[in-house]
Every structure is written in C-alpha cells, then in structure tokens.
Design a protein around this ligand. Structure first.
Ligand SMILES: N[C@@H](CCC(=O)N[C@@H](CS)C(=O)NCC(=O)O)C(=O)O
Length: 194
C-alpha cells in the first residue's frame, strides 16, 4: 500500500475504530478526517456525491478512490498480512465472522450503544423503543455465540464497549472478557478514544 490513505470517520464509532486498530496493528499510517454524525455531516450533498452515497462513515480513501463499509476497509488494509489466514477455508471463515458481525452483532450491540449513549433513551421514537428488548435479546444471542467461539478485530470493536448501552454485562461472558484482554494486550494496540 503506497497511496495516501485517509479515514473519513467519527472517533467514537466502533466501525471506524476497527479500521484504526487494523492499521495500528499493521503499522500502516492513515490520516483522519472527522465528521459529526450527530449534526448530519455525512448527509450533505457534497458527502453523498463524493465520499459515500450511503451517507455513512467510515470510508477509507485510498488515493482518489473511496471504500465504505468498515469490514471491507479492514480487509483492504490486511491484504497479504498475517491478519488474513493463508489457507482458503481460513479466509472464508474470517469472512464468515465479519458477516456475522454485520448481521447478528453490530445492528444490535452497536445500535443499542448509539441509542442509549448518543441519542438518549428519552429521545427514541416509539418504533425504536419497541425494538430495544428485541435488539437486546439478539445482542445477547450474538455474545453467547462469541463466548463459545472467538473472533476478530471486526467483532472486538463493538464488543469491548457493549456495556456502554447499559443493556449488556460482559461479566456474563467470561471467555469474551478474557479475549478482550488478550486483544488489548497486542503489540501496537490503540484504544477506541485515541
Ligand atoms: N455497515 C457499515 C455501517 C456504517 C454506519 O452505520 N455508520 C454510522 C456510524 S457507526 C453512521 O455513519 N451514522 C451516521 C448516519 O447514518 O447519518 C460499516 O460497517 O461501515
């Protein structure tokens, strides 16, 4: 990778943190550009036209090309490093966990963190309020699966801050807790709020 890389991001987002953590663990330099998602800064015509038509961060800019979707960006950074298994089944299994993260984990654990910690419980719409117990149950199910079998950077991002919503207790998932400590001890590790 020798083109300049710019991460369009919002620091507190776990999806953005995945990319920073991958880059840090691999010693790859990335520039960072901040957008306040609470002020709709990823929804401007300029952002939609030039950065991501889906109106969301993170977006990894590589030279003059733009790559949205956190796990795609992690994959790009990790290509031909030890973070991606050499054997075919291992690579597919890694993708399996990344898809699991986006379907079973992130829409529950991350969304509840955002609703409770950023939007605020009092400001939730009726539709959102009705979904809280549904997402909490689905989030517990995802954490339970991870407690039996682990996992990677994509899953670390929102798991290690799952308690932010006040709706999950990591003490209920001891293998997950131990894994969180192992990831945080990796050489090159950077914390989310850095
Ligand atoms: N599937 C996407 C999700 C991206 C996403 O949901 N981004 C949120 C922050 S974590 C965002 O930009 N929200 C602002 C908005 O939707 O306006 C990924 O993994 O990158």
């Amino acid at each position: 990778v020798n083109e300049v890389m710019i991460l369009h991001e919002y620091t507190a987002s776990g999806n953005c943190f995945k990319i920073r953590l991958t880059a840090a663990l691999l010693g790859l330099p990335i520039e960072r550009r901040q957008y306040d998602i609470m002020k709709g800064e990823t929804r401007t015509a300029e952002f939609l036209d030039n950065i991501n038509s889906n109106g969301r961060i993170p977006v990894l800019q590589v030279g003059d090309r733009f790559l949205p979707e956190s796990n795609a960006a992690c994959w790009y950074l990790a290509e031909s490093s030890a973070l991606i298994p050499a054997d075919r089944f291992g690579r597919a299994d890694m993708l399996r966990w990344m898809f699991f993260e986006q379907y079973n984990h992130e829409p529950n654990v991350a969304t509840l963190r955002f609703w409770m910690g950023w939007v605020g419980e009092d400001n939730l719409s009726d539709a959102q309020r009705a979904l809280v117990p549904v997402k909490q149950a689905a989030g517990h199910e995802a954490l339970m699966i991870m407690n039996r079998q682990l996992a990677d950077i994509a899953l670390y991002a929102y798991t290690h801050v799952a308690e932010d919503s006040g709706l999950f207790a990591l003490a209920d998932y001891q293998a997950v807790q131990a894994w969180i400590q192992r990831v945080a001890a990796l050489p090159g590790y950077v914390p989310l709020d850095s």
